[in-house]
Design a protein around this ligand. Structure first.
Ligand code: SER
Length: 319
């Protein structure tokens, strides 16, 4: 990959992935695609080209892909699970109409495409422990419906047209550059910000509710590594389970207390997020990703926490 378009470059994943690609892929042009109202700023704006790319506008995608001779598209435009329940039609429009626009452009201009799937692509009747790579996917959220359809449509374009589509099912992603917005796993990010700022934390997820989580550097590594993988080894494409840690609110609370002994957390009722969380896996089996493209995460809850506290304390000028 040389000429890359990141759509959704100012979001939680995009803001870090764009910079990683610019830093690490020699001779690359990495275009930061954004929508009005979410303009890139600072280093993201200064370190490379930026263009308005609204996924719902097929012509706009085609123009940028053609102008920059793009060969790889990272499609990160999406509404997360809780906000998608509040705006289901908009979620469908962005996630599905947007995806088919991108896949059509990719077919025409011969681009590889990465569109993430998620733990949200599973539902109540999926086995929740060691969730297999190939299993029941009958989610009852709009987010989940669009993620299963994303997997199917991406595989369809590969089989029918040879478009090089690949993806991973991201766990809840924990990061310290850009906050996520409107997800079910956001609590595991917000808890660190509250701890560093010395604020009490209201946890919307009940104790005992396990979900897969991952630190952003591992997630970014997966996004780059899978697009570089030897295609002859890939039995699966859309989409691979990837995992690194699974915890529930009491476990992360205990971990945070190791760094901020005064930290206080209480629980609040959030029936929408709780119902979504209960329908998702406790922990996924990622052996296919390990076998087919050597996936291997590096962070666990403790090493992630060390890094999160170091980064956030620096940012907020704390000890
Ligand atoms: N982090 C997402 C959410 O909570 C799941 O992939 O919606």
């Amino acid at each position: 990959m040389k000429n890359i378009l990141v759509i959704g470059s100012t979001g939680q994943i995009g803001s870090e992935l764009t910079m990683k690609l610019r830093r690490e892929i020699e001779g690359s042009v990495v275009v930061a695609g954004y929508i009005p109202g979410a303009e890139p700023k600072g280093i993201l704006l200064e370190s490379g080209p930026a263009e308005i790319v609204d996924v719902t506008n097929a012509q706009q995608i085609a123009d940028v892909v053609s102008r920059y001779h793009i060969d790889t598209i990272y499609n990160l435009a999406a509404l997360l699970s809780a906000v998608a329940e509040a705006k289901p039609l908009l979620a469908w429009h962005i996630q599905m109409d947007g995806l088919i626009n991108i896949l059509e452009v990719a077919r025409q201009y011969n681009c590889a495409v990465f569109t993430p799937s998620s733990i949200g692509s599973f539902g109540h009747n999926t086995p929740h422990k060691n969730t297999p790579q190939d299993t029941i996917q009958r989610p009852q959220t709009m987010y989940g419906v669009t993620k299963v359809a994303t997997e199917l449509l991406s595989d369809y374009y590969f089989h029918k047209y040879g478009v090089d589509t690949r993806s991973v099912r991201f766990p809840g992603l924990i990061s310290n550059v850009t906050l996520p917005g409107g997800g079910t796993t956001d609590y595991a990010v917000e808890i660190y910000y509250a701890a560093v700022k010395g604020e009490d934390f209201a946890c919307p997820i009940k104790p005992g509710t396990y979900m897969d989580m991952m630190y952003m550097p591992d997630a970014l590594h997966a996004a780059v590594q899978i697009m570089d993988a030897d295609p002859s080894r890939l039995i699966h494409r859309n989409s691979f389970n990837i995992a690194s840690m699974s915890f529930e609110p009491e476990e992360i609370h205990k971990e945070i207390l190791l760094f901020e002994p005064e930290f206080r957390m209480h629980y609040i009722d959030d029936p929408i997020r709780q119902a979504i969380a209960m329908s998702w896996p406790d922990n996924m089996d990622d052996s296919c990703a390990r076998e087919e493209w050597d996936w291997c995460p590096t962070y666990d809850l403790h090493t992630m926490s060390e890094d999160m506290f170091a980064c956030l304390r620096k940012r907020f000028g704390k000890k």
